[in-house]
Design a protein around this ligand. Structure first.
Ligand code: GDP
Length: 359
């Protein structure tokens, strides 16, 4: 990393570690370097390259992941410098890998494939320059030509995918409109990754959604029907978690997922209040939400994982002072009654709820 932004280098590397863990990799170490600007050839300086290279050999490392996006040239130069079969990738490629592993629906699979192709397009050089090297320069120029051909094929595939995605979205919109005509309010869970959204969904509905200590445990919006003690029902939707540095290619790929939020009756913002950077995470989520067309939708904030904080009483007092905040532990079930009560209260204000449920 070359700059310390909102979250700081170490926090960002922590998140990268969790992402790697989610992708099924075992992280053996991390390091960073302060530079005025990244090295154009290798992103990090030559001393750091040497340091990582010796760690690779000492620890038997197979993959080196960079927290910022690398250019095609940087990827190639780093792989060459590290030698052997060491794979070099960046945060974007890692996130796309995870999305690829987790894509559960046709739409998600299309979104991921599209994002992967768009990511590959400017990085296509690699394979063919390898080929040129292997042939001892015999096919010089061939590589260039082949890259052009490949890029054209890839662009055509991207076009086809975009059309297919558009048609899938249209159908989903129809489905959504039908669903809206059914008089049941939709409550969307939004929040930072690992905040505990799927755990909450599980607790409330007995739904079989993944809940692991992994980022992106839920990729696609998962909707469940929740019945409350008064017999009233609402649909609870889980959304993919926000992360601090969502690459633009990935943002585009998840537009449809985010679009879904704009049709909810209520947004429940789930916060991991035990996280040292909870405040910043709240801001990050709010920032993304403010970019979506959701300002008119009522909101409820949930401070989750109160079982994990060292000062639960102070946290509770703090929550009481503020409007629209409920403390819960999705894991132990603590506070879930209050949570349902708050939802009920919020939905009372919603015309959909009143008109729909008074026969
Ligand atoms: P999501 O990414 O927002 O869907 O988060 P998950 O529901 O997958 O939860 C992430 C991790 O936090 C999992 O290991 C959960 O077991 C854990 N977790 C969720 N809720 C709580 C809670 O209330 N207390 C504690 N201690 N852990 C929780």
């Amino acid at each position: 990393r070359h700059s310390a932004d909102l979250f700081g280098v170490e926090e960002s590397l922590n998140e990268l570690t969790q992402l790697a863990d989610t992708a099924g990799l075992m992280v053996v170490g991390s390091t960073y370097q302060k530079l005025v600007s990244p090295n154009s050839r290798t992103y990090i300086g030559s001393g750091k390259v040497a340091e990582i290279k010796s760690a690779i050999h000492a620890l038997g490392v197979e993959t080196v992941i960079f927290d910022d996006e690398l250019s095609a040239g940087q990827l190639r130069n780093l792989e060459k410098a590290f030698g052997g079969d060491v794979r070099v990738c960046d945060r974007t490629a890692l996130i796309l890998d995870i999305f690829n592993q987790r894509a559960a629906t046709h739409e998600a699979a299309l979104q991921v494939a599209l994002a992967q192709m768009e990511y590959q397009l400017p990085r296509l050089t690699k394979m063919w320059t390898h080929l040129e090297r292997q042939s001892g320069g015999q096919v010089k120029g061939m590589g260039e030509k082949q890259i052009e051909v490949d890029k054209r094929i890839l662009r055509t595939q991207i076009g086809v995918l975009k059309k297919e995605l558009e048609s899938v979205r249209k159908h989903r919109k129809q489905y959504r409109n039908q669903r809206l005509s059914v008089p049941v309010p939709v409550v969307s869970l939004v929040g930072y990754t690992n905040a505990g959204k799927s755990t909450l969904l599980n607790q409330l509905t007995g739904a079989n959604v993944l809940a692991e200590d992994q980022l992106f445990a839920t990729l696609d919006p998962t909707t469940r029907r929740v019945q409350m003690k008064n017999g009233k029902e609402f649909l609870l939707t889980d959304t993919v978690g926000f992360i601090q540095k969502l690459p633009t290619t990935v943002v585009a790929a998840f537009r449809a997922t985010l679009e879904e939020i704009s049709e909810s009756s209520l947004l429940v913002h789930v916060v991991d209040i035990s996280h040292p950077l909870a405040e910043q995470q709240i801001e990050a989520v709010d920032r993304v939400l403010s970019e979506l067309d959701v300002s008119s939708i009522p909101r409820l904030m949930v401070w989750n994982k109160v079982d994990k904080v060292s000062n639960p009483d102070i946290i509770r007092l703090e929550a009481e002072k503020r409007d629209d905040v409920v403390c819960i532990s999705a894991l132990s079930g603590q506070g879930l009654n209050d949570f349902c009560g708050a939802i009920q209260e919020k939905l009372k204000d919603s015309m959909v709820w009143v008109e729909a449920l008074i026969p």
